[in-house]
Design a protein around this ligand. Sequence first.
Ligand SMILES: NC(=O)c1ccc[n+]([C@@H]2O[C@H](COP(=O)([O-])OP(=O)(O)OC[C@H]3O[C@@H](n4cnc5c(N)ncnc54)[C@H](OP(=O)(O)O)[C@@H]3O)[C@@H](O)[C@H]2O)c1
Length: 257
Amino acid sequence: MAQDITNTRVLITGAGVRIGRQIAIAFAQAGARVVVHYNRSEEAAQELLGVLNDITPGHSAVHADLTNPEERQTLIPRLVADGLRINCLINNASVYRRCPLTQVISERLRQDYEINFVAPFLLMRDFAVYCEEGSIINILDQRVANVDPSAGPYGLAKKSLRDATEAAAVQWAPRVRVNAVAPGLVLPPPGASPNGMARLVKRVPMAEPSSPEEIADACLFLARARTITGQILYVDGGLHLVGVPLPEREEADYGPR
Ligand SMILES: NC(=O)c1ccc[n+]([C@@H]2O[C@H](COP(=O)([O-])OP(=O)(O)OC[C@H]3O[C@@H](n4cnc5c(N)ncnc54)[C@H](OP(=O)(O)O)[C@@H]3O)[C@@H](O)[C@H]2O)c1
């Protein structure tokens, strides 16, 4: 039998806007209570909180810069001390930057790992330490299935998070399930040209982008699945099966020029 989501209180990182916002709405509509985490998008997070509380009461919002060690390490203990019984964590917050490997400098490597691997990993650990039981869902990227050197440290960090998903699934079972959703093309980065997205969509076997609603549905499915752990659910129209051929990769890194 599927797990009853109405007993779920889910912390969603980076939930104020875009995909995280849709995940928050889907969980609220399914009867879960949501803790909307935000960093810069305070106004959007408060607006979302209003939307969620119109669906069902009992949601809340919390601020933390996940690259700030103090704010990061107090996030989950603070929620638990406030009496919130968090039993689901969705690591959605991320920063996507493309960077050819020869142009990676140590500061950038650190920054991209900090938000895309270190922060979600430490939140996973804190969830396992401070929360009694439940499930973790890491939002990855279909790139974890193949090689895209121009995705730079972002791609490498997401691969590390995939590995951490599998390791934690084994170590923390049966108390905590750990799964991942790997989106393909969903929303272009703010300011990106629509032509770029249209060109990339041509590579997608299903010939269309995936919607934020589908990403949210996949998260709901994993949150409800009683015995699924260590799973990576690709929501990408099959893109991970074909990847992007090297000559078509933007900013492909062919070495020193
Ligand atoms: N968009 C796509 O097509 C796509 C494709 C593949 C994978 N994904 C994955 O899906 C997830 C959501 O994608 P998205 O495009 O909706 O994400 P996004 O807009 O790039 O980022 C989501 C949120 O991350 C939060 N964040 C960034 N730096 C932070 C920091 N230092 N501290 C705390 N929060 C921070 C931001 O919150 P604030 O705004 O509050 O600062 C931001 O709104 C990501 O994990 C992404 O890698 C997305």
